[in-house]
Ligand binder design. Sequence first.
Ligand SMILES: [Fe+2]
Length: 399
Amino acid sequence: MHWRRFSFLVILGFALTIFSFACTNLNREATQTPQTPTTQQTDKPQISSLPPQTQEIVKSAGANDLFYPPRGDVRLVAISDLNSAYGSTDYDPEVDKAINLLPFWQPDMVVCSGDMIAGQKKSLTEAQIKAMWAAFDNHIAAPLRQANIPFGFTIGNHDASGAKKEGNFVFEQERDLASEYWNNPEHDPGIEFIDKSQFPFFYTFKHKDIFFMAWDGSTHRIPPDKLAWVEKALASPQAQQAKMRILLSHLPLYAVAEGRNKFGAVMANADELRQMLEKYNVHTYISGHQHAYYPGHRGKLQLLHMGLIGSGPRALIGTQVPSAKAITVVDINFNSPELTTYTTYDMKTLELIEYKQLPRFLTGHNGIVLRRDVEYKDLKAEEKAACVDKIGEQFCQNQ
Ligand SMILES: [Fe+2]
């Protein structure tokens, strides 16, 4: 009897142990399931799986691992202002470093806010300009094509300036050669065009529910007929039914950098253009030319002023130290109210550039720009007074 009872208790205990183990595992699975969609950990590539030149750059970040941002529904890597001195067929090391690091981030697309070559000089010959586009192809475009990464861009003043004199383009040859390079089927940027009829100057494309427009912001004025095209494209069902709209322009709406805080270095009629873009719910205006990173906003429009990776970084308005050479990873989450998250890397040190390292607002000649995380209502009375003192009441308003 005793032996039978003992056996029964042993079997019961064994069964309970298995049952409880199974329940624990079920519970663990149940609590883990909701976390599965978060891809931030699993998405980070194994360093050993990356190309040797990428591994080398990642390792150069030192003991602190190179930061890998949580991946959005769509990931863009934004670059800008790649050129060195006039006529140059070479690039600063940060350009090659950025391109070689792309496998680490695995972007869905690379976007560029202009100045890919070093033109805008009348004495440059056709052969020299072609050699610059060949160098661009070699350093930037060909590696992107080989990696099957689409490239969306806008032209800058050093690529194909739209400056006019007596009704004619001053740099007509540069514009023709830029057009020739980009319309060569061998240089297909791999994007899904919507309207390619004026490519590469004014065009639209889409990527995973995002509508993109590139306009010719190589000069400060957009002619009325081109502006009519811009409005028509932004009002189109394809633009309006997209989950987000992004504009690529070389010149920004408002000034952010010392030395570029002047008429001609920003779009003319910035407030009018902004109101038009706000009307069509453009979310982000990505720009270059000022050579200083500043994640800003004004009214309802996000203003991503790109740092450069080429030559000649500039100090933000009111500061002395030139901005770091930088690139920005833009992660887009369609369900997030903010839509975008920026992760900006100093391309020399690979350290992150945080918002708090930058001024809370900038007072350029044609209007205030607020840092992305600062709301107008949060400005202190003395900050508003300092703005009014510098640029006057009308340029210090939020609208
Ligand atoms: Fe520029």
